[in-house]
Design a protein around this ligand. Sequence first.
Ligand SMILES: [Zn+2]
Length: 115
Amino acid sequence: MKTTQAIEKWEAQMNHIKTQLQKHGPMRPGSLSRQYNVCGTVGCRCKDSKHPRRHGPYYQLNYVYRGKKTSQFIRREILGQVRTELANYKQFRRLTERWIGLALKVAHARDKPVP
Ligand SMILES: [Zn+2]
């Protein structure tokens, strides 16, 4: 394939990525973890000597933004929405990563002197 044809193909792929990004849904970075806690109440089930049943699960979201680690609890009612947002974020990263890869191919092809 000629260089110009290759560049056109990569540019078409980048345009496809741009279209996908335009209809991209709400997102947020991070990962969810499940936690079970022990409370301070005397005689509570969570401190039963034989079959302790700890409280939870509680859902905690951890993420890093601009180098700052943040952790927050997520209400069970919005868990589904948060999971969708986390998946959207991963998709966003995949798309932009692919875009960068294609942009590099185009740039390198244009770096070469015309024969
Ligand atoms: Zn308890």
